[in-house]
Every structure is written in C-alpha cells, then in structure tokens.
Ligand binder design. Structure first.
Ligand code: ADP
Length: 258
C-alpha cells in the first residue's frame, strides 16, 4: 500500500480484497454445488429406466415365464427404456464435447438456409406424423456466418423437434430468418400450449422440464435446450424465448454474421 495513504482508505482496500476472496470462495462453492446436483440428476435419470428394466427382467424370468403375450409387450417396453437411456447418454456426451471446445471459435462459412434444409430433411417424417408442416422462410442473399455447421444443425434440430413435440398437431411450425445489421435472427415458432412465465428463465438448465411426464412420453431427455445454449454461446450468439400460454412459443437465436 502507498505509505502516505490515509488509514481509512487502507482499510477500505483491505475490505475489498477480503470481499473478493469471499466471492471466489462462494463461486467455487456454487460450482461444486452445481456439479453435485448434476451428478445426482444424471444418476436419477438413468436409475429410473434401469430399475424398470430390472423389474421386467425379473417378471419375465418368474411369473410371466410362459406367457408369450407378456413377453412381447414387456420386451417392447424394455426396448423403449433402453433407448431412453441411450438418448440420455448420447446427449450427455454431446454436451461434454461442446463444452470441451467451447473456447475454440468455430471457423467454417455456414449458410443458414442449408442448415435449415438439413434440419427439415431429418424431421420431415416426424412433422408428417404429427400433421405439422414445417414452414421455412429465408430471405435471398443472406450472408454466411462463421460457425460449425454440424453444431448449428443440432441447434435448430433441437428447437424444431421441440416445436413438433410440444406444438399442437394440425398447426404449423415456422422457422423465420431475418437479418438485422451484423446479426442473423432465427425464430422458431409453434402454436402449442405455451410455457408459463415462471419456467422461462430455467428452460436451458440441464434436465429442467416443465412437464416431466410429457417430455418423457415424447422421448425427451431434458438436455436439448442446454445443448442449444452451449452451442449458441460458442458462436457468440444469444437465445431468447417468448411464450404465451394457450397461444404458442417462439425461440429466437441471434448469431453474429462475422
Ligand atoms: P426435452 O428433452 O424435455 O424436450 P429440452 O431441454 O429440449 O428438453 O426442453 C426443456 C423443457 O422445456 C421441455 O421439457 C418442455 O417442458 C419445455 N419446452 C421446450 N420447448 C418447448 C416448446 N416449444 N413449447 C413448450 N414447451 C417447451
């Protein structure tokens, strides 16, 4: 400290140093808490289908040993539970891969129209099954962005997939691209049940779901929007959501053009 500094000033400096140390500790504590919560969530998410699998195995070896119809039905459920566990593990792996190269800036020239066409190809069957046409609107001459095309496909695939899962059968899902100065804005809009306001800030948390039963029934893992958030962050973009209960939901991804 400078020698001639008045005593009160010295004290206040010491105090701010102390405050900073305390904030560091709080931050470290918070990270530790988040990590512990995450491990608890993963364990819970995997344990549920695994417990049910074990129950069915036991039944098939015991009471239902000679019941051919029960075999068929239980094996069907067991297949569903296994594929649910696989989806959770695949999403977790995606998430950790994205986090690993979060600091490496993506460097491909990516045209958003091509990304959205690929998303449409992948989801067209699901859209037909739910009688929900996907309407894509990209203006002519949209400049490319610097990105990672596979990751951007994943972003819009997750958002459109959610719109199909939680939207209303018979209504459309719209994907609208706009250019605003040096940014591209992409709206993904559905006309489903909407999301009550109190849930909006937490949607991108891992395993956060508004309606767990519905998410599971639709094959959700609760990780889709967490993946979206991380990829968008790696692209120095932003994701926002607007929703009205009974009217529908719009997710907007903003990406810098250069
Ligand atoms: P999930 O695999 O459960 O769909 P996500 O992380 O993709 O997980 O989404 C988190 C939750 O946000 C979902 O479980 C659902 O409750 C809600 N949600 C996401 N998108 C929509 C949407 N378009 N309309 C209504 N609810 C949505």
């Amino acid at each position: 400290l400078p020698i001639n500094e008045p005593r009160s000033m010295q004290q206040s400096r010491n105090r701010s140093a102390l405050l900073m140390v305390m904030q560091d500790v709080t931050q470290a504590h918070r990270m530790e808490q988040l990590r512990a919560d995450f491990v608890a969530n993963v364990s819970h998410e995997l344990r549920t289908p695994l417990t049910s699998l074990m129950g069915f195995i036991e039944t098939l070896r015991g009471p239902a040993k000679d019941d051919a119809r029960a075999h068929e039905r239980f094996l069907g459920i067991m297949q569903e539970q296994s594929s649910r566990m696989l989806s959770i593990i695949e999403d977790l792996l995606s998430l950790s891969r994205i986090e690993l190269d979060e600091h490496a800036r993506p460097s491909e020239e990516v045209y958003i129209g091509e990304v959205l066409r690929k998303v449409e190809d992948v989801l067209t069957l699901k859209a037909d099954n739910r009688d929900m046409p996907i309407v894509i609107d990209v203006p002519d001459q949209v400049p490319p962005i610097m990105g990672d095309s596979n990751q951007l496909i994943q972003v819009f695939q997750n958002l459109v997939d959610n719109a199909l899962k939680y939207g209303k059968p018979g209504t459309s899902v719209e994907v609208i691209v706009r250019r605003e100065e040096a940014k591209l804005k992409v709206d993904v809009r559905d006309h489903g049940a909407g999301i009550p306001r109190e849930h909006l800030p937490r949607l991108t948390e891992r395993f956060y779901r508004v309606d767990t039963a519905r998410s599971r029934e639709m094959g959700g893992t609760g990780l889709g929007l967490a993946i979206v958030k991380h990829i968008v962050k790696r692209h120095r973009g932003r994701i926002t959501v607007e929703s009205e209960v009974g009217q529908g939901t719009t997710f907007t991804v903003t990406l810098p053009i250069s």
